[in-house]
Write a protein that binds this ligand. Structure first.
Ligand SMILES: N[C@@H](CCC(=O)N[C@@H](CS)C(=O)NCC(=O)O)C(=O)O
Length: 315
């Protein structure tokens, strides 16, 4: 169990929208980008997942599934990225809509459904375990951090069982989560399974490439025009960014493979709402530092000082 005791933050007592999230979470990224696109004001509360804040009693009271993101509006709690996105569309009708127009190509509608079924956590941890399939992982997912994440993943089921004992009101869900995690780890350990996932992603990205070849990528978004930036663009942009950060971009769209996907990714990254939700360089360095085992820290300090000075010069 974590040494750190977390208390319900005072922000939770306020009214207005509060998003409980983590800056590196794929699911939180989608919601954060949607909030920025729609121009909705909200307060962001960063959950300290490194120290298991999502398994603390106050967070379990908010979302017994212990998952991020969670949206709070006064007494109303909305957990889960897709439920939050639906809630925002339904309750903020005057803000810009991110819904796909009814006439959207069925193939494009299917893209979003496929992405929602992808096991992003399994792809992430799988890429750390089977790193021979990745080329150049980006900060913060560099070697020492990956080792720390893997080590924490290894002890997660044990920690969940300890939290179940400490918080009996949430024992059932925590124990189920621990069993699920054990089963998931056995699957992720298989390189064959990871390769099957990569092949499924290959097939999916080939159909995205074929569709993009039928539209003017530089001018249009997926639902058809230059102005209709919708949920499917957020889903695909976030997925491509995750694959890029994991160091899988060479495999999927490097060296002229899938040139339309490469153009679409570059265009998505330039969007203001996308840039706004990316963690800052300073915060990435902090994460790397916190998650680096002591044996690596001397070398990292030298690299960090160069990176920090170049970052400070740029900002
Ligand atoms: N279906 C959920 C999945 C959310 C999810 O898996 N969130 C991750 C963060 S990226 C999480 O909270 N993981 C912690 C855990 O499952 O214990 C959604 O769409 O929001």
């Amino acid at each position: 169990m974590s040494e750190k005791r977390f208390k319900r933050p005072s922000v939770a007592n306020g009214d207005g929208l509060i998003l409980y999230c983590n800056q590196y979470s794929y699911y939180c990224h989608k919601v954060l980008q949607a909030l920025h696109e729609k121009g909705i004001r909200f307060t962001k509360y960063e959950i300290d997942v490194t120290n298991d804040e999502h398994f603390s009693e106050w967070f379990l009271e908010l979302n017994p599934r212990a998952e991020l993101p969670v949206l709070q509006n006064g007494l109303l709690i909305v957990p889960g990225s897709n439920r939050i996105l639906d809630y925002l569309e339904e309750n903020y009708p005057k803000n810009k809509s991110l819904r796909m127009p009814i006439e959207t190509d069925k193939l494009v509608v299917g893209f979003r459904q496929t992405i929602e079924r992808l096991p992003i956590g399994v792809i992430t941890i799988g890429s750390f375990l089977h790193s021979q399939h990745t080329s150049s992982p980006k900060f913060p997912f560099v070697l020492p951090v990956r080792q720390t994440i893997l080590a924490r993943d290894e002890t997660l089921a044990h920690r969940l069982r300890a939290y179940a004992t400490a918080y009996p009101a949430f024992a059932e869900v925590l124990l189920k989560k621990a069993d699920f995690h054990d089963r998931k780890r056995a699957i992720i350990a298989s390189e064959e399974y990871f390769c099957k996932l990569l092949t499924a992603l290959d097939e999916f990205l080939t159909s995205v490439e074929q569709y993009l070849a039928t539209i003017d990528v530089d001018r249009c978004w997926l639902a058809g025009t230059a102005d209709t930036f919708t949920m499917v663009d957020i889903s695909i942009g976030t997925l491509l960014h995750r694959l890029y950060v994991l160091g899988l971009e060479d495999r999927f769209w490097g060296e002229g493979k899938r040139p339309q996907v490469a153009r679409y990714f570059a265009k998505s990254c330039q969007r203001e709402s996308f840039q706004c939700v990316l963690p800052s360089k300073v915060s990435i360095l902090r994460t790397v530092w916190i998650n680096t085992p002591p044996v690596y820290k001397a070398g990292l300090a030298a690299v960090s000082s160069v990176l920090i000075s170049s970052t400070l010069l740029k900002r």
